[in-house]
Design a protein around this ligand. Structure first.
Ligand code: SIN
Length: 526
């Protein structure tokens, strides 16, 4: 192992045996090159937003064993840089650092936390172009969409800064004459935040800003596919003055199982917040149950999208495009099953196909690109499998239907019609740019179809009949309903699902409660 300072005085440590042979002779040079190559691969105005190390107790650190994980651009498969392959030892250090910091951070005033979160928010705005570029390069989504994600992400900081100072308690009228009942909210403690690659920035701030506002400290495990957005945010949090140990980041790919398990089992952790797939959510919930931790889960979706014959068809097409193809279909809330009433089915399909045909799929940095690549080849293979399965059961291709030439992981935006209800698409989230259309006849029939799934995150429908709007909104078994809109996500709303789509709510006035304990204090002897 060698330790050294590179020109920006960051301490870098690496296991020389993992370096290429030429680099072993010049380890200082190799380390400097690894960090500076990553910074230049992003082409930012402020290259120091690219951090290639984990963050523990206010310091940027490498993996103890010296290993690294390569991060690539899904549009080109070119290498963007490396992050440390951390493991159990670094995870425990991060948890201990967060526990030490909790002693003081939990005692700061709500106003102090509010002010720091707003400074962090202002820095995200100031660096919005660079932050969006990082999102596009590591996730693939087009630059305009990445800017939208940055604004969405920053809005959680602003929202929870404002919630921090409104974490009110309560006085409850007493049933005993010489007693007064007071309820206060206290920060829950050290929390683990495990986040996905589809929103490399917004899923960090959605959790982190609520945790910090409540007075909790955090250990974040960002996804190995898109770690640089998380690390850039932490760099900005550091610049904003958030004290050492309050935010810690452990990066890994190969050791994800042991790191994830520790983040859910370690008794110091008091709460786990996870966004990702339902099978992983179940595994983590099992670990967290060993010490009865609080847990928030935002898992798989499989959202129904229903168009009734009294709908404004153009509005429904616009809504379907926003909802189905945002992030190239890689969102938990995107429409997976599109049900269209029989009398308007053909018209809806043809207007949708006309719009989808105008999409420009490509590298998110190109200004004409409307839709980017999928995150990796496995994601492309899943969409391909869902298309093949539906076709084998009688569905028809209206548009697309194939992989697109690389080198990145591209799949053509696809519309299938006459998708039978036993197709895989109906039971599994595709997580890709595949709009699967199925015809229905009656409201009763479509509600039954929509609810025939173990998932219940979001559901959408278009209708101009006010009675139907109420009936269907109440009948859908989901945590979030979009009526006459395909866009629902905002920091101000309670985001979350029912059934196997999740536990708890993120955002809105409910979001901070996930990070607080309610304490009742009886004042006796009056
Ligand atoms: C997700 O896909 O997990 C989040 C989507 C959103 O916040 O809109």
């Amino acid at each position: 192992m060698v330790s050294l300072s590179h020109p920006t005085r960051r301490l870098l440590t690496v296991n020389v045996s993992t370096l290429p042979l030429r680099s072993r002779t010049y380890p200082r040079l190799a380390l400097y090159r690894m960090a500076s190559t990553a910074a230049s691969a992003f082409g930012l105005k402020d290259g120091s937003l690219i951090r290639t190390q984990g963050f523990i107790d206010g310091k940027w650190v490498d993996a103890k064993e010296g290993g690294t994980v390569t991060v690539t651009n899904p549009a080109t498969l070119e290498e963007l840089g490396h992050i440390p392959e951390m493991g159990l030892a670094e995870t425990r250090e991060a948890i201990d650092a967060a526990a030490r910091a909790f002693k003081t951070w939990s005692k700061t005033t709500a106003k102090q936390r509010h002010d720091l979160l707003l400074k962090f928010f202002a820095l995200m705005k100031e660096h919005e172009d660079d932050l969006a570029r990082i999102i596009t390069l590591e996730n693939g989504k087009p630059l305009a969409e990445a800017k939208g994600e940055n604004a969405y992400s920053a809005s959680y900081l602003e929202w929870f800064a404002e919630e921090a100072v409104r974490t009110y308690g309560e006085i409850i009228p007493s049933a005993i004459s010489n007693l007064r009942n007071v309820v206060v909210k206290q920060p829950i403690g050290v929390v683990s935040l495990l986040t996905p690659w589809n929103f490399p920035s917004a899923m960090i701030t959605r959790k982190l800003s609520a945790a910090l506002a409540a007075g909790c400290t955090a250990v974040i495990k960002p996804p190995a596919e898109t770690p640089f957005s998380c690390l850039a945010l932490v760099e900005l949090a550091n610049r904003a003055g958030i004290p050492p140990g309050v935010i810690n980041v452990v990066t890994t790919n190969g050791n994800i199982a042991e790191v994830g398990k520790e983040l859910c089992q370690n008794p110091v952790i008091k709460k786990v917040s996870f966004t990702g797939s339902t099978p992983v959510a179940k595994l983590l919930t099992g670990y967290a149950s060993s010490t009865l931790k609080r847990i928030s889960i935002e898992a798989g979706g499989n959202a129904p999208f229903i168009v009734f014959d009294d709908a404004d068809i153009d509005a429904a097409v616009t809504g379907a495009i926003a909802c189905k193809f945002r992030g190239s279909g890689q969102t938990c809330v995107c429409a997976n099953r599109i049900y269209v009433q029989s009398s308007i089915y053909a018209e809806f399909a043809s207007r949708l196909a006309e719009k989808v045909a105008a999409f420009k799929v490509g590298n998110g940095l190109d200004k004409d690109t409307t839709h980017g690549p999928l995150i990796h080849d496995k994601a492309v293979a899943k969409v391909e499998h869902h298309v093949e399965d539906a076709l084998s059961r009688g569905a028809q291709i209206v548009h697309g239907g194939k992989r697109l030439p690389g080198p990145g992981s591209f799949f053509a935006p696809t519309i299938l019609s006459d998708v039978p209800t036993d197709a895989l698409i109906n039971s599994e989230e595709t997580f890709g740019p595949l709009a699967a259309l199925t015809k229905f006849e009656t409201e009763e029939e479509v509600i039954k179809l929509a609810n025939d799934t173990p998932f219940g995150l979001a559901g959408y429908f278009f209708s101009r009949d006010v009675g139907r709007v109420w009936r269907v909104a109440e009948a859908l078994e989901v945590g979030m309903v979009g009526t006459n809109t395909g866009v629902i996500s905002q920091a101000v709303i309670p985001f979350g699902g029912v059934k196997q789509s999740g536990l708890g709510r993120e955002g809105g006035k409910y979001g901070i409660d996930e990070y607080t304990n309610i304490k009742y204090i009886a004042f006796g002897g009056l």
